[in-house]
Design a protein around this ligand. Structure first.
Ligand code: ADP
Ligand code: MG
Length: 312
């Protein structure tokens, strides 16, 4: 029996664990383990839509194209994002497909290159904050600045290009995703939050920015009217007073309580805060639950046995 549709965001650790170099073989091994967990959820009767982060992958691709610019033209960040989506969706769809094929089932799994519309008026474009790519010396940085890129000193470690992190407003491929889900496919989409694009007089155009994958996943879940949102990361539970002696893990939490904790500053910006915000947005818009937990607690959390669950 179908349980409905669950949108699951895979955290960076589903592909790269702390300290790993990021070889293809290493990432594939991690993705294989993630795929096995995802299939367990599908076996419970959920239609599964997967998204993922892409930070380390897009960073590596950008470094490759920058380093090799004397032999092949450097590609803009949004193109690197598209490349990373292809790479990640390839690994995930291959692993999930292999599990299904081994069972003699039809491998109904598909990866979608996904664009996310952002607004040119987004305040993030006036104040870019997200450091991306390699470190430069001050001398190099001043040359790069002349090309119109924004570059800043990053916590005493060197200079880095900073790009805006605007709000995702629309998932361009949403109709295709919905149709594949209705047809019984596991869909991999919106990796890295989607490729940022501007809509100018009806025409889409790539823009150099980084979209938060948790916020884009929440938007996708609302757009396809999902029944459950599940954000998988490297901690089993969200905590208040995180890292302090009076740290307290959260289990089932009402959305209004979560909003209060968010306002009180319990969640680090750029890591846990966007997940909490994504969960709150989904629960507020749909009246359905949102989970934040670790990959290996996903099945238990969906059953209501563990993890942090935000409820109406
Ligand atoms: P992902 O790749 O899954 O997006 P992030 O590193 O962005 O992972 O976010 C997860 C991290 O957020 C955890 O490893 C934890 O260190 C951190 N974190 C910050 N604040 C909290 C909190 N209040 N409760 C739990 N984890 C938190
Ligand atoms: Mg993150």
């Amino acid at each position: 029996m179908s349980q409905g549709t669950i949108v699951i965001a895979l955290g960076g650790n589903a592909m790269l664990q702390r300290g790993e170099a990021g070889s293809y073989e290493g990432q594939l091994k991690n993705v294989q383990a993630a795929a096995e967990q995802i299939i367990l959820l599908r076996d419970l009767g959920w239609n599964v839509v997967l998204t993922s982060g892409n930070g380390p992958q897009v960073g590596a691709i950008q470094l490759q194209t920058q380093t090799a610019s004397h032999v092949a033209p450097e590609m803009p960040l949004h193109v690197c994002g598209a490349m990373s989506q292809g790479f990640i969706a390839y690994m995930i769809t291959m692993c999930i497909g292999n599990i299904l094929r081994a069972r003699g089932e039809e491998a109904k799994v598909a990866g979608i290159i996904t664009q996310s519309v952002v607004s040119e008026e987004d305040p993030a474009f006036v104040n870019p904050t997200k450091p991306v790519g390699r470190f430069y010396t001050e001398e190099e940085a001043m040359e790069i600045r002349k090309t119109g890129k924004q570059i800043r000193e990053d916590a005493g470690r060197g200079w880095r290009v900073v790009v805006p992190s605007p709000q995702p407003l629309e998932i361009v491929e949403q109709p295709a995703i919905e149709r594949l889900v209705a047809d019984g496919f596991v869909v991999v989409s919106t990796c890295g939050g989607g490729i940022p694009v501007l809509r100018k007089a009806g025409v889409l155009e790539g823009v150099n920015a980084v979209i938060d994958k948790d916020l884009a996943t929440s938007l996708l879940a609302r757009e396809i009217a999902a029944d459950h949102l599940c954000i998988l990361t490297d901690v089993k539970n969200v905590a208040i007073n995180y890292g302090k002696p009076d740290q307290q893990t959260l289990g089932r939490v009402e959305v209004s309580e979560m909003e209060r904790y968010l306002a009180e500053g319990h969640f680090a910006p750029g890591s846990m805060a966007p997940k909490v915000r994504a969960a709150i947005q989904f629960v507020r818009a749909t009246g359905k639950p949102a989970i934040i937990t670790s990959l290996f607690s996903a099945v238990g959390a969906v059953r209501g046995e563990c993890g942090t669950v935000v409820v109406p």
